[in-house]
Every structure is written in C-alpha cells, then in structure tokens.
Design a protein around this ligand. Structure first.
Ligand code: GCU
Length: 412
C-alpha cells in the first residue's frame, strides 16, 4: 500500500480515537466472549530455534533469550538500525527547582540532544527527586502520554487527584522514590506514518526515507528514548540507576515491556493494561487484534508485523515470550475487568506462561493458570499481577499496588 493512502486510512480510523478510548466503530467481529477464543498452541519458550531443549539458565541467557529478542525486533516492534553517521548524545540539566511541591522534591528538567550529519532531535526528561532521605534513591520511570514541556507536570494542590494520565507524585516521594517522566512524542509522533521528522532520519542510510520492514516503528522509538533517559540517570548521583522501574499504561505499557525486555539496566517493569502488543497474547485474538491495531496505528509496530494479520498462529513468538525476556527481573501486569479491549485474561496468561522462565532462573512465578480474584494483588512473586473492577484507566488502587511491588523487590 502507498504511504499517502495509509496516511489517509490512519487519519480516518484514528480520528476521534483519543488515547485510551475504546473504539466505538466496527466492533462487531471483536471477540469478548471467552468461549469464542480460538484454540491455540503457544510457541515454546524453552526450545531453541534449532530445536534444542533449553534446560539451564546459561542456555536461556546465551541462546534462547537472544533468539527471542531478535524475533521481536525484526517481526514485531522493529530493530533500531546502526546509524551511518554516529549519533552524538548530549545531556543538559536546564532547570533545577528544589522547592517542587512545597519543598517535597527537586525537579530537574533534563534535555537530551541527538545530532549527526543527517539531522537533530531532542527530548525533555523530567526527574523529580524526593528531598527527604539518603541519596541515591530508587526511581520509577514512566513512559508518559503527557507532554513534559507543558504544565502537566507542575505541582498541583489537588494531586494526586488527576489519575487517568496523572500520577500521584506525592506518594512516590513519601515512599522514597524518584519519578522520571519521558514523553512519548518527543522523538516520534503518536501515530507516525511518515517518519520524516524526529529521531528516524538520523538513522537513515543514504537514499533511505522510510524505515525498512524490519526497522523501528513508533513503539521501538519510544523504548529507545527511555534507554537514553537511563543513560542520563547513570550520570545523576541522586538516582540509584540499578533500581529503576520502567512503567506505562496502555500504549505506554506496551513500550515499557519492550524497553525492559531489551535493556537489562531496568530493574523492574510494570505493564498497566498494555493489552494488544503489550502483555496480551496475540493468538487469543480477544479484544484488540493485530488486524485492528495495524489498521488504526499502522506503524506502532514494524511493517513485518502486518504479515501476521489473521495469521497469528504463524508468529514464532507470542507476548509471554516478551515478558520472559525481562526475567529474572520482576515484572508486574495489571488488568481491568471491564477493559475487555486489552484482554485481561490474555494479559494474565502471558504472565503465567512467562513464569516458566522465571522458575528456570530460580525466581518465583505465577503458579495457577486461573486468574486471581478481582482486587487481589500478587506482590510477593517475581511475576506480579492484579485485576480490579473497572475499565481502562489508572486508579489510586493500581498505583499503590505498583509501589507495593517495587517496595517488595527494590527495597529488600
Ligand atoms: C487504543 C489502542 C490500544 C492502546 C490504547 C491506549 O485503544 O487500540 O492498543 O493501548 O489506545 O494507548 O490507550
């Protein structure tokens, strides 16, 4: 399909689809009923591409995990190509406000600049460090829908009131965490289809003006940005860069899992209602499917992913394998009972099946194939989970469980 046509389709289908809003149109063929979920066989986690059984932590690490990551890179999210001209990266703390939230925290506005002979791009990372307590502190990094350049992150007397796209910053500070926000659209557009601006042009080879079928789409670019923010954190003595959790809700939950799977510097990952292309299993085709996703958001994934539309059973991976690539680092998955578009059951099953690798690595995973009761969080496990009443949003209950999970794993 030609790009202008795709662009038009994306505009028409994406128009009016606010972030996180469940689609109203063309829902007739969506599976919401468990009895309609097709039979499927998941690709084995612990058998290598050469057909060898993987029975040791060493074989997982040196053989199977790299194979799986490479499949996700080339077929699902898109690999970041080697740039022809080296990319120079600069960090600058542009502003420091030690009086943030009446002196509870220090806010740093950190600009990260990228440049090479092909162009320039930049991102703005906000780092909030609690003033109380001994430094360095552990941190949560959030892939943010909200713009770090806008007033969205200014201290507000009513926080933590705004929760859908908000964040209970005070809670993080009280529990001794720094909070780091990375904006999803600094390097790539929300539903980018042209890739002529932002970070991609810096990586094009001579004559190239669009990512190849196996090269990075939107989610890969967002994940790459978080890794650069982690590069900065490694230079910031206020934050313990060995104890950074990466998190995100919905599209940002998909990005958080992909970030953590690739970059082992992230100590823990939290997927909040990440659904399709996040924690949910492709093969269940329940709620949002690959077809629905690439029709509305053609390049959140890479172009190769289109080849598996309605052919999910041919995929050599499923999303439990993405979660497994995070092992042995703790991963937490959160679903909403009424968030059927994100397939809460499929999110749980992914976490459950990934647990096989956690156990191989001597960690604790989920032991029951049945989802836990609504409102009961599994915290004391390296694979954590909760499902609560309600739809597609982040509620105070969710934030508290994420913090409990981080307390349990990052503070012990
Ligand atoms: C749409 C999309 C989802 C995504 C969600 C969001 O609903 O279909 O895949 O998770 O937007 O990012 O809020």
């Amino acid at each position: 399909m030609k790009r202008p046509i795709l662009y038009l389709i994306a505009l028409l289908l994406g128009a009016g689809l606010a972030f996180g809003r469940e689609p109203k149109e063309d829902d007739s063929n969506v599976i919401y009923d468990e009895s309609k979920v097709p039979q499927y066989d998941l690709p084995p986690l612990l058998v290598s591409a050469e057909g060898q059984r993987v029975t040791t932590a060493e074989a997982w690490r040196s053989v199977r995990r790299p194979q799986i990551l490479s499949l996700f890179s080339n077929l699902i999210y898109g690999a970041v190509p080697d740039p022809e001209s080296p990319v120079k990266v600069e960090f600058e703390v542009r502003k420091t406000d030690p009086q943030f939230m009446e002196g509870k925290a220090t806010r740093k506005d950190v600009q990260i600049r990228f440049s090479n002979s092909k162009g320039k791009a930049e991102m703005l990372v906000l780092v909030f460090v609690p003033n109380r307590g001994t430094k360095p502190v552990p941190a949560f990094m959030m892939h943010s829908f909200n713009d770090t350049h806008s007033p969205d992150f200014e201290a507000h007397p009513q926080r933590p009131g705004r929760l859908r796209c908000g964040w209970p910053l005070g809670e993080f500070f009280d529990r001794g965490y720094a909070f780091v926000a990375v904006y999803q659209q600094d390097l790539v557009g929300h539903n980018e289809v042209e890739f002529l601006k932002g970070i991609h042009p810096l990586f094009y080879r001579k004559g190239q003006s669009f990512p190849k079928a196996s090269e990075w789409g939107v989610l890969s670019a967002i994940a790459w940005g978080a890794m650069r923010a982690m590069d900065y954190l490694e230079t910031d003595s206020d934050v313990d860069h060995t104890r950074v959790a990466i998190m995100g809700h919905s599209k940002m939950g998909k990005a958080a899992l992909w970030t953590a799977a690739q970059d082992e510097r992230f100590a823990l990952a939290i997927s909040a209602q990440s659904g399709c292309a996040g924690a949910a299993l492709w093969r269940r085709r329940s709620g949002e499917t690959l077809e629905k996703m690439v029709t509305r958001f053609p390049y959140w994934l890479c172009r190769n992913a289109w080849k598996f539309v309605n052919q999910e059973d041919d995929l050599p991976v499923d999303q439990h394998m993405l979660l497994a690539c995070i092992a042995p680092r703790p991963v937490y998955v959160h679903s909403g009972l009424q968030d059927t578009w994100a397939d809460g059951r499929g999110e749980y099953l992914s976490a459950y099946h990934a647990s096989e690798v956690y156990r191989l690595l001597g960690k604790k995973g989920l032991t029951s194939e049945s989802s836990p009761p609504v409102g009961e969080a599994i915290i004391e496990s390296d694979v954590g989970y909760h499902i609560r009443q309600g739809g597609h949003s982040l509620q105070m209950y969710d934030w508290e469980r994420f913090l409990d999970f981080a307390d349990y794993h990052l503070k012990n």
